[in-house]
Design a protein around this ligand. Sequence first.
Ligand SMILES: NC(=O)c1ccc[n+]([C@@H]2O[C@H](COP(=O)([O-])OP(=O)(O)OC[C@H]3O[C@@H](n4cnc5c(N)ncnc54)[C@H](OP(=O)(O)O)[C@@H]3O)[C@@H](O)[C@H]2O)c1
Length: 271
Amino acid sequence: MKLKQHTIKRLKGNYGSWSLITGATSGIGRELALKLGESGFNLVITGRRKNLLDALKQQLVEAYKVDVVAIAGDLSAEIDVIHLIEETEHLNLGIVILNAGFGTSGKFINSNLDDELNMLNLNCKAVLILTHHYANKMKSLSNKGAIVLLSSMVAFQGVPNATNYAATKAYVQSLGEALHLEFKSEDIDVLCAAPGPVETGFSARADMKMNSASNPKDIATSIIKAIGKKSTVFPGLLTKFLVYNLRMTPRWGKIRIMGKVMQGFTKHQIK
Ligand SMILES: NC(=O)c1ccc[n+]([C@@H]2O[C@H](COP(=O)([O-])OP(=O)(O)OC[C@H]3O[C@@H](n4cnc5c(N)ncnc54)[C@H](OP(=O)(O)O)[C@@H]3O)[C@@H](O)[C@H]2O)c1
């Protein structure tokens, strides 16, 4: 489904025509890029897989005649985060979507510490550096700025069997919802997007088997529509249904329920 004209007009009027999406080579980020491209936004897209990045750039340019800058890099490495900052210095990025991220699952005691640190670097450290940088840059824009952070439903309580992943998203959610208020005086809108399960490359990399999952196209539409409207969006019908059902459960109960859900997602790991 295309974005409605009044949404496109509102976004362009508020934030101008350039946007950045990290992690655009697959899943939610790719759908966000296609949706914004279709709506006439010029894009900076990133990801490690250069072949997929270049193919997406070509698709966006040919189909929607927008300007696209593709910057390949591993954002868990600070040097590549700095490279991204340098390569976008000349652009007036009004919408910055920090979407690149991954998860791990299984027993914390058995986890690979290098993988967990790598996840912390990508999901938290890169998000911190890029939020700080682009927020400062947005202060000089003639229009407003918007920063979107990819949180998750797992951000709102501890989640046994996805312990460190949930903790990284709790960091993102906390950062984003505080900045939402703090940045009102800076004319920067901050949105946390907190999906439930979505059908993307995420589950294979996290070694999770999800029973049901939302379509990333619907998630992308819901996220874009929420920019500038609220501090946190629970995108998609499945996410809303799950959040609604958990709304009366105290935090200690949610930890247990989410732990059971994650146990189901990871039961294939038990030999
Ligand atoms: N899918 C879900 O159920 C779900 C639920 C809640 C929240 N989320 C969050 O949504 C975001 C997008 O995930 P997704 O579901 O769309 O998963 P995905 O299909 O695996 O996409 C992840 C994107 O991040 C990029 N990425 C991964 N590691 C990277 C690195 N080291 N450096 C730079 N880019 C990297 C990937 O590109 P390359 O591989 O080319 O680098 C890819 O474009 C993540 O932050 C995730 O935590 C997902």
